[in-house]
Design a protein around this ligand. Sequence first.
Ligand code: ADP
Ligand code: GLC
Length: 485
Amino acid sequence: MKILYVASEAYPLVKTGGLGDVAGSLPPALQALGHEVRLLLPAYRSVLDRLGAQVHTRTHLGLHDARVRILETELPGTALTVWLVDAPACFDRPGNPYLDAHGQPWPDNAHRFAVLARTAVAIARDRAGLDWTPDLVHTNDWQTGLVPALLSLESERPRQVFTIHNLAYQGLFPAHTFRDLALPPFLESMHALEFHGQLSFIKGGLVFADHLTTVSPTYAREIQTPEYGCGLEGVLQARSAHLSGILNGIDTRTWDPATDPHLPHRYDARSLDLRRRNKAHLQREMGLEVSPRPMLVGMVGRLVEQKGIDVVLEALPRLLQWPLQFVILGSGDPGFERSLSRLAAKHPHRMAVHIGYDEALAHRIEGSADVFLMPSRFEPCGLNQMYSLRYGALPVVRATGGLADTVVDATPEWITARTADGFSFTPPTVEALVHALDRAHCTRRSPKLWQVLQRTGMAQDFSWERSARAYARLYARLLDASPSG
Ligand code: ADP
Ligand code: GLC
């Protein structure tokens, strides 16, 4: 099958979150299964700076309000062809792909991602001079939502899959944007892209793609309810027969405690004792009291409400009375950053906070922490809990979305069945979170059981190959073809 995969970020070229991980892993995994895959990304300045001479011009393209150059390169470390949409007015600027230096969305985001979408449509219809037509176009999140909407106007078009990585980000713009972008008037309808008087990019995907996926089966169900649907639950219920969940994989080469270059001491399921040395190293590095005794709780991620940071902040004063230590790495909401840093300053031997983005430190936390905390209010998939399982840092999670689909709670029943590998709780409350950590704390008194839980988690298969096969089966069903080759 020939697949055009369109995304607004892909690791290692550009990444702000899990979407980048997925777009950097799934396309090469599909290619490894024998499919012909092309990845289409914006040519952000940071991407071009990084690639230097490793790009060449494939073609020029005139869109209705922009001229773009399509550059070709390979995704570093893979043999995957990447096409970059080079439109300097849109993408040649410093910093984050979506936000300006003040953390506000770039004012021309609608135009920028419309240019990405129009380029994708030109390629999909073989009007870009690339001499290549995909059988299927796979788009992701609001930044690519206009692709299915615009392709729906074409008489002949490839099949389309749209993946929702996070329904909370919808790409909403004022109504005049319909005209600014010269979108056909019929798209300005509640049955198309209109959402409460605004233009919704994500609705383009939700309404017009042949099939919708989300990144976990539980999230696929949750988003059809008012609690998780962000106002789009009606649209999603209407598409229910064409909506399913496929769990993300993780990059098992980058995230392997046996070969991880970021760990002071590498280990596997038979040498879990070495984690103690990593723990001592991390305690020293972060200025915490160096001791194997306190249960070290790790957290890595965006410091935003989605991740339940407010609940953690409320629980911390109580938790810091226990023999626990916290190492928190992340950035996001300035208010959360300040409150966490302030608490850490008050409890320097018990709590360390590092504000920023630090890949190596993230690895050291996974390789050292006794438990890894993810009390997310919602979590479409979540990657960190899978890293934690693989690293023997027992996840303590709120049972929602992908967290519910990957972590098996250490109840007596699941312990007996030998499937338990972490701790979960349901209400997004301080009480529930504290109780779950208390259960972890008590369980830690039985080192044998603790190791069984660790080894169960470490034995899970979270490889991309498994997810890629599930996507290939879906594509084949949509194309009425055989899933391999
Ligand atoms: P989301 O996409 O909602 O942010 P995920 O768990 O799916 O959450 O993916 C987050 C990705 O970003 C993971 O690869 C995680 O390790 C990484 N990450 C997030 N924040 C940081 C940080 N401050 N430092 C290092 N890595 C981070
Ligand atoms: C989103 C979600 C996260 C998911 C990631 C990749 O950022 O918040 O849960 O893992 O996308 O699909």
